[in-house]
Design a protein around this ligand. Structure first.
Ligand code: PRT
Length: 121
């Protein structure tokens, strides 16, 4: 039987995305009342996109607040950014993709200046 529970201890930071992707995938088949991620999958893409939009706005506001702010404001920005990343990962998972697709794209872009890429369009 597959263990669908998330690990009891935090995974090492270099394996967080991979471990989280596995949990998000497993949650597609979990009961919505038992799991926040399952409840998002159950409510569907529009609800997930609504959460991504909300978290993006909260991240922008926290970034404005963190500009010139203290450690507390910086921690608040980190927390909002984590919420945003998390919900975009749920979005990708809902559509059958994951963080690796994004990492592959970022890796592909290495060494290509944003200005050069834009000029070549
Ligand atoms: N990383 C996260 C994570 N980050 C944020 N959140 C949740 O995201 C939600 C969104 O925050 P909000 O302040 O917008 O919450 P809200 O106002 O209650 O949400 P709405 O009513 O507006 O939908 C909160 O309920 C947070 O707990 C997360 N929920 C889960 N995870 C990971 O996903 C795993 C599986 O979670 P479950 O599916 O709940 O078991 C967990 O073990 C974690 O590793």
């Amino acid at each position: 039987m597959t263990n669908t529970a998330p690990p009891n201890t935090s995974p090492a930071t270099d394996t967080v995305l991979e471990t989280l992707a596995d949990v998000l995938k497993q949650r597609r088949h979990a009961a919505p009342e038992d799991s926040y991620v399952a409840s998002l999958h159950h409510k569907g893409l529009n609800k997930i996109l609504e959460k991504v939009g909300e978290e993006a706005t909260e991240t922008l506001l926290a970034a404005k607040d963190a500009d010139g702010g203290d450690e507390t404001k910086h921690q608040a920005l980190i927390a909002e950014t984590a919420d945003l990343w998390f919900h975009t990962l749920v979005m990708l998972s809902h559509l059958g993709m994951d963080h690796q697709d994004v990492l592959d794209e970022l890796a592909r872009r290495f060494g290509v200046s944003g200005h050069d890429e834009k000029a070549a369009r």
